[in-house]
Each structure stands twice: as structure tokens, then as C-alpha cells.
Design a protein around this ligand. Structure first.
Ligand SMILES: *[C@@H]1O[C@H](CO)[C@@H](O)[C@H](O)[C@H]1NC(C)=O
Ligand SMILES: *[C@@H]1O[C@H](CO)[C@@H](O)[C@H](O)[C@H]1NC(C)=O
Ligand SMILES: *[C@@H]1O[C@H](CO)[C@@H](O)[C@H](O)[C@H]1NC(C)=O
Ligand SMILES: *[C@@H]1O[C@H](CO)[C@@H](O)[C@H](O)[C@H]1NC(C)=O
Ligand SMILES: *[C@@H]1O[C@H](CO)[C@@H](O)[C@H](O)[C@H]1NC(C)=O
Ligand SMILES: *[C@@H]1O[C@H](CO)[C@@H](O)[C@H](O)[C@H]1NC(C)=O
Ligand SMILES: *[C@@H]1O[C@H](CO)[C@@H](O)[C@H](O)[C@H]1NC(C)=O
Ligand SMILES: *[C@@H]1O[C@H](CO)[C@@H](O)[C@H](O)[C@H]1NC(C)=O
Length: 442
């Protein structure tokens, strides 16, 4: 209850206190930051809940028909591999297509996955419609196979993965763990003080999976308390990498990186040990450089680190994720109550997402071109397929049974993170395809 009140009351007051002078756009994202923050602080409660029991009992039968297993050997999909791979290689862009009905349903349930945060457990929270879990991504020119958790874990024996970024990376890693939990439950072996960075181990496979919270990837001083109230502007160090993740980089075989939304918040920019400008800081007598400037700088620093590191990890760079607030922003009554996906071409990216994605593509392209032998950089271009899934967010169901007491209750909507199970599970199908057929995609 306290958490709910906190969520509903803070954004309004800080809106008036801090942001009167900002353009609406900038303000909305400063506040969005508070939302991120609140999502984190609320998550702390989760880890003290005992994990549900008896998951193993239902697992094998609940696994939908996955492709048959092939014996261990060359890294490839099971089944008709050469035929399919070639098909994929020559003609197929796995990121362009449509969502098509799929009666097989999700790969895990609201009860079988104990790492799932309550905010993303839409079914348990009472979301009444379930149509959103009966879709699969169909690339225009080929089929995308469903992630095979047995196969994945067998390939990942003794390996280590990290998901690096903001709360969307955490959403993504939870989806992966939920899918893998059909085969084996993850054992949490580490969390930071605020439960934002975690590490899990899959004992039978000696497979290690980490999520590292670093919403800018570069150096940043963030002055937000546990309620998400900011006491000062973010200080961003545009030419310094965030060592939180790079200190561990050598221990990772695979890294999935993705950030974005935090760059839209008010921030003071530092370069060469001096203040070089800012983003939305009226009254400070600093040059407004825009979020584009810091985002591009950050990605350059990140790609420069990756391409020059002596450690050769396989890196998946995930493009920005669109939100779907309609008729308002998250703090002003915006909602996302659609129950069907859009068709390709029915919806456009918001300007800000378009700008971010273009910067991502440009900087990725440069890095991939200029990189040395052995650097394995893959684009995980989830933006457009995610854009079509306005129906896949928690909306008001980020809280438990929000309308139980009052059908007309005013509830904070989450139209940014994704329900679990939900469309974000497909991101793992795409990761798997890049993993095993990655050579086919530049
Ligand atoms: C397997 O390959 C054969 C021909 O090589 C093809 O006719 C068949 O459709 C393929 N099956 C799948 C599942 O791709
Ligand atoms: C949650 O999962 C259980 C077990 O699979 C299922 O019986 C139940 O219907 C699910 N709840 C909702 C609201 O879908
Ligand atoms: C995993 O590591 C163990 C211990 O170092 C080793 O015996 C085993 O062969 C390794 N397995 C693989 C698939 O690398
Ligand atoms: C687990 O994997 C690590 C490498 O990630 C390896 O150093 C270690 O020996 C493995 N342990 C076992 C018990 O296989
Ligand atoms: C920082 O220093 C580098 C090299 O000395 C220079 O190229 C760059 O323009 C400087 N940037 C700023 C914002 O002063
Ligand atoms: C703003 O900064 C410029 C140069 O940094 C300085 O010359 C000017 O006096 C400052 N204006 C105010 C109002 O502080
Ligand atoms: C979504 O909510 C809006 C505003 O409350 C309402 O007008 C609309 O009918 C709703 N749409 C659906 C599909 O429920
Ligand atoms: C909810 O609102 C509707 C229309 O505004 C009203 O008729 C109804 O009585 C309200 N229900 C509750 C439980 O307050």
C-alpha cells in the first residue's frame, strides 16, 4: 500500500517542484526516470518472498513442442539446419515481419517462474485478457524457431552471459530465466544492495547469468533517493566508461547491451574533466547539447571499449525499446489498453525513439566496420517488432489486483516494461537465432 501511494504521489509533486520550466517532453522523461526508480525500489520486496515450490513437477509436460534435439556437435539449430540456415542467410531479415496468431501459448506460466518480478506478472496481477500471449513473431521471409532451453543450456556449459543496461535489460533477463526454468531453476548467487544487479547460476550446466544495472553505460552520478526523488541533476561523464560493468567484462562470454530512456533525463555533461554542456537545464547558463549528443558519445565510448578490449566476448547490441503511452504520458493518465498487436505499417515510432535508433544504427555500423578480427558484434534490432506490441505491457496491472476494491480506481500505468510471459520472450528467440546462425547476419 505504501508503495502504491508513493508511486502515485511523488511524480506529481516533483513535477511541480522541479520541472516547471522544462519542455513537456523533457519533463516526461525526467519523471519516467522516477518510474524506473520506483520499479526498482518496489522490486526489493520480491526477493524476500519464498520461491514457489514444485516447479519441476509440471515442467516437462508444460513445455510446448520444441524442435527435436540433435546430438551435441556443431553450433547450429536442431533439425533441417543447412536448408534453413541458407534460407535465412540469403533472404531473411528476422527483424522484419508481422505477429501472427499462435495457439501454442507461452512457455512458462505466472506460477512456474520464481524470478519474475510482481510488476511484470500481469496474469497474477489480474489482467483480464490473455490474447496477448497467443502470438508469435513471423519474419517476412522465413520462420523463427522458438528458443530451445535444453539446447541453449547444453551449448552454454561453463559459459557466462551478462545483460547490461537499465530496467529493460532486467525485464529481458527475467524472460530468459523463466524460459530456462523449464529445464532448471536458476540459483541466485549475488545481488547488489538495491537488488538492481544480480547473478544466477544453473548448477547442472555450470552456466552463469548476470544482469548489471548501468542505465547510461558510462560514468554517471545519480542523485535519487529510494523514492526516486532527485535532489540534484545527473552528472554524466561522456568520455568515461562505467567500470561497474567493464570491471567484470573479462568474465563474460556473451553480453547483451541495451539502454536509452535515461538519456532523456536532465543531466549535466562532463568531458575532459570540465563541464561541456547539459540536457534540459534552463537557468544554468550551460550549452544545451541535447540527449542526442550524450547518447552518441556514450555509444562511441562503449563500442570503443568493446572493439579494443583484449577480451573477445560475443556482444549483442539491442536497439531502443518503444513505450506505448497513449492519450498522455505515464504520469498524466497515459494508458495502453489495446488487446491486439498492430500490423506492420499501422504505427510509427515516436520521434524520440526514431532519433535514438538512428544513432544506435550509425554507431553500431561504424563499430562493426572498424572492429578487429575476433570481435563478435551483433545487432539485436528489436525496436520495430516491439513497436507493434502495444498490447504486451502491464498497463494498470503492474500492481496486484488494482481494481479489486474500486473498479474506477485511478492506477499508474506501465506501458514501457513488458508482461511476463509476453512479447519480450521473442527477444530470446532472436538472440538464439543470432547465436546459432549469427554468421549469416553480418
Ligand atoms: C527440410 O528440408 C527439405 C528439403 O531439403 C524440405 O523439403 C523441408 O521442408 C525442410 N523442413 C523444414 C522443417 O525446414
Ligand atoms: C496462472 O497459472 C496457473 C498455473 O498454470 C493457471 O492455472 C492460472 O490460470 C494462471 N492464472 C491466470 C490468471 O492466467
Ligand atoms: C567444463 O568445465 C569442466 C571443469 O573445468 C571441464 O571438465 C569440462 O570439460 C568443461 N565442459 C565444457 C563443455 O567445456
Ligand atoms: C565452471 O565454468 C568455469 C568457467 O566459466 C570454469 O572455470 C569452472 O572450472 C567450471 N566449473 C566446473 C565445476 O565445471
Ligand atoms: C576533449 O579533448 C579532446 C582531445 O584533447 C578534444 O579533441 C575534444 O574536442 C575535447 N572536447 C571538449 C568538449 O572539450
Ligand atoms: C554565462 O556564461 C558565459 C560564459 O561561460 C559568461 O560570460 C556569462 O557571464 C554567463 N552569464 C551569466 C548570466 O552568468
Ligand atoms: C481504452 O481506454 C480508453 C480511455 O479510457 C477508452 O476510451 C477505450 O475504449 C479503451 N479501449 C479499449 C480497447 O478498452
Ligand atoms: C464507476 O464509475 C461509473 C461511471 O462513472 C459509476 O456509474 C459507478 O457507480 C462507479 N463505480 C464505483 C464502484 O464507484
Amino acid at each position: 500500500m505504501l508503495k502504491e501511494m508513493r508511486f502515485e504521489s511523488k511524480p506529481v509533486s516533483s513535477f511541480h517542484k522541479h520541472n516547471r520550466l522544462l519542455v513537456k517532453f523533457a519533463a516526461s522523461f525526467l519523471l519516467l526516470g522516477l518510474a524506473f526508480r520506483l520499479f526498482y525500489s518496489d522490486s526489493i520486496g520480491l526477493s524476500v518472498e519464498p520461491p514457489p515450490l514444485a516447479d519441476h513437477e509440471t515442467e516437462p509436460s508444460s513445455v510446448p513442442s520444441f524442435p527435436p534435439q540433435t546430438p551435441p556437435g556443431p553450433v547450429d539449430f536442431p533439425g533441417n539446419s543447412s536448408q534453413t540456415s541458407q534460407n535465412v542467410a540469403v533472404k531473411c531479415d528476422i527483424f522484419t515481419g508481422d505477429w501472427v496468431p499462435d495457439s501454442s501459448g507461452p512457455r512458462y506460466t505466472n506460477e512456474s517462474c520464481h524470478v519474475m518480478e510482481s510488476h511484470q506478472n500481469c496474469m497474477k496481477n489480474g489482467r483480464p485478457d490473455s490474447g496477448y500471449i497467443y502470438w508469435r513473431w513471423k519474419p517476412r521471409d522465413c520462420e523463427l524457431r522458438k528458443f530451445n532451453p535444453q539446447r541453449f543450456l547444453a551449448l552454454m556449459r561453463n559459459k557466462s552471459w551478462a545483460f547490461v543496461g537499465d530496467s529493460i535489460s532486467r525485464n529481458h533477463v527475467q524472460s530468459l530465466i523463466c524460459i530456462l526454468s523449464q529445464v532448471e531453476q536458476a540459483v541466485e548467487v549475488y545481488h547488489d544492495k538495491e537488488y538492481r544487479s544480480k547473478r544466477w547460476h544453473f548448477p547442472s550446466y555450470n552456466f552463469t547469468l548476470s544482469v548489471i544495472w548501468t542505465p547510461f553505460l558510462i560514468g554517471a552520478d545519480i542523485f535519487e533517493d529510494m523514492n526516486g526523488v532527485s535532489t540534484s541533476e545527473i552528472q554524466l561523464y561522456l568520455d568515461k566508461i562505467d567500470k561497474t560493468w567493464t570491471n567484470q567484462y573479462n568474465s563474460f562470454d556473451y553480453v547483451v547491451i541495451g539502454v536509452g530512456k535515461w538519456f532523456l533525463k536532465t543531466a549535466i555533461y562532463h568531458e575532459n574533466n570540465t563541464v561541456s554542456g547539459c540536457h534540459s537545464c534552463p537557468g544554468k547558463n550551460l550549452t544545451e547539447l541535447g540527449f542526442e549528443y550524450s547518447y552518441r558519445s556514450a555509444l562511441r565510448v562503449v563500442f570503443n571499449f568493446i572493439t579494443h578490449s583484449d577480451h573477445k566476448a560475443s556482444v549483442f547490441f539491442r536497439t531502443t525499446t518503444p513505450d506505448h503511452f497513449e492519450n498522455g504520458e505515464w504520469f498524466s493518465g497515459g494508458h495502453c489498453n489495446r488487446s491486439l498487436p498492430f500490423k506492420e505499417g499501422e504505427v510509427d515510432l515516436k520521434d524520440v525513439d526514431n532519433v535514438m535508433r538512428n544513432i544506435e544504427l550509425e554507431e553500431f555500423e561504424k563499430a562493426a566496420k572498424g572492429s578487429e578480427e575476433g570481435v563478435n558484434l551483433k545487432l539485436l534490432d528489436t525496436t520495430h517488432l516491439s513497436l507493434l506490441r502495444s498490447d504486451g505491457h502491464p498497463g494498470p496491472y503492474r500492481q496486484f489486483q488494482p481494481f479489486a476494491k474500486d473498479k474506477n480506481a485511478t492506477v499508474q500505468n506501465d506501458c514501457l516494461h513488458w508482461c511476463l510471459p509476453g512479447p519480450i520472450d521473442t527477444w530470446n528467440d532472436l538472440v538464439m537465432e543470432l547465436l546459432v546462425n549469427g554468421d549469416k547476419y553480418r
